[in-house]
Design a protein around this ligand. Sequence first.
Ligand code: Z5A
Length: 217
Amino acid sequence: MAALTLSKGALVTFEGGEGAGKSTQIGRLAERLVGELGLAPDRVIRVREPGGTVLGEGIREILKRPESRIGGPAEALLFAACRSQLVEDVIRPGISSGKVVLCDRFADSTVAYQGGGRGLPAALVDSVNRLACGEVRPDLTVLLDLDPAVGLARASARDSGKADRLEALDLAFHRRVRDAYHALARSEPARFLVLDATRPQAEVAEAIWHEVRRRLA
Ligand code: Z5A
């Protein structure tokens, strides 16, 4: 298992279905990296996918809008365009300058949603991810795992019942996404930390902190 060290930068990605608690846990981890580990605030970067750049935020709006008509391959390419720009503008420079980059979704999301959910061929998904990420790979990926029915209900409660284009897809789609995440985690056990996202927020945060500290030590 590759150890993250404070002398060099690191990429920690958060994955899982809607409402799994990714944003919540990224916020908690960022606070502890600064407050407990003593990293300067500017050494911790938080980004989200799709988004994090002017291009990415623009495409995000199109991708989420319920009325957008986007086929599977176009969807994969749009997510890849966002990722490519984010890697170039923020992630690669961040890691090179010794920062800890906390990313809300990354290439595994395309494997899970466009591969598992939409059924695009794995080879196609791999090639767009390779184009978008280049040599950049997460040092640690936290997979927050929960039944999609529970996650969608959480997201819906948070957003007053409004569902975006992807959230509105049926439960079977979201179950395929979850299965794809499980397969990814099984194929790279050293990179993935899989946590039961139905546990209380504080317990999930503690498990993440334990793993991050162990790797940063
Ligand atoms: N997508 C894709 O298809 N392909 C790709 O390559 C990429 C993305 C990169 C992005 O949506 C969509 O794009 C996403 C996948 C797709 N779509 N779908 N469907 P997004 O960025 O808007 O949202 P998201 O990434 O799906 O996350 P989210 O719904 O915002 O949820 P979250 O960040 O994981 O959860 P949260 O906001 O931290 O928590 C949700 C609520 O649950 C909130 O009220 C919390 O207080 C509560 N919560 C959090 N933790 C707990 C625990 N432990 N117990 C109880 N309640 C909790």
